[in-house]
Design a protein around this ligand. Structure first.
Ligand SMILES: [Zn+2]
Length: 42
């Protein structure tokens, strides 16, 4: 079960952990790295 993490900067939907690493928006398919999300959260 993937965990929601942050929000998509493009469409605002929740992000989910991606199997290959980082995170992905299931709504629009955008991928985010963990580093990018950490900057977003700061
Ligand atoms: Zn999105």
């Amino acid at each position: 079960m993937v965990q929601p993490y942050g929000r998509c900067q493009h469409c605002g939907e929740r992000l989910y952990a991606h199997i290959e690493g980082g995170y992905q928006c299931l709504n629009c398919g955008r991928r985010y790295t963990e580093e990018a999300l950490e900057e977003q959260m700061a």
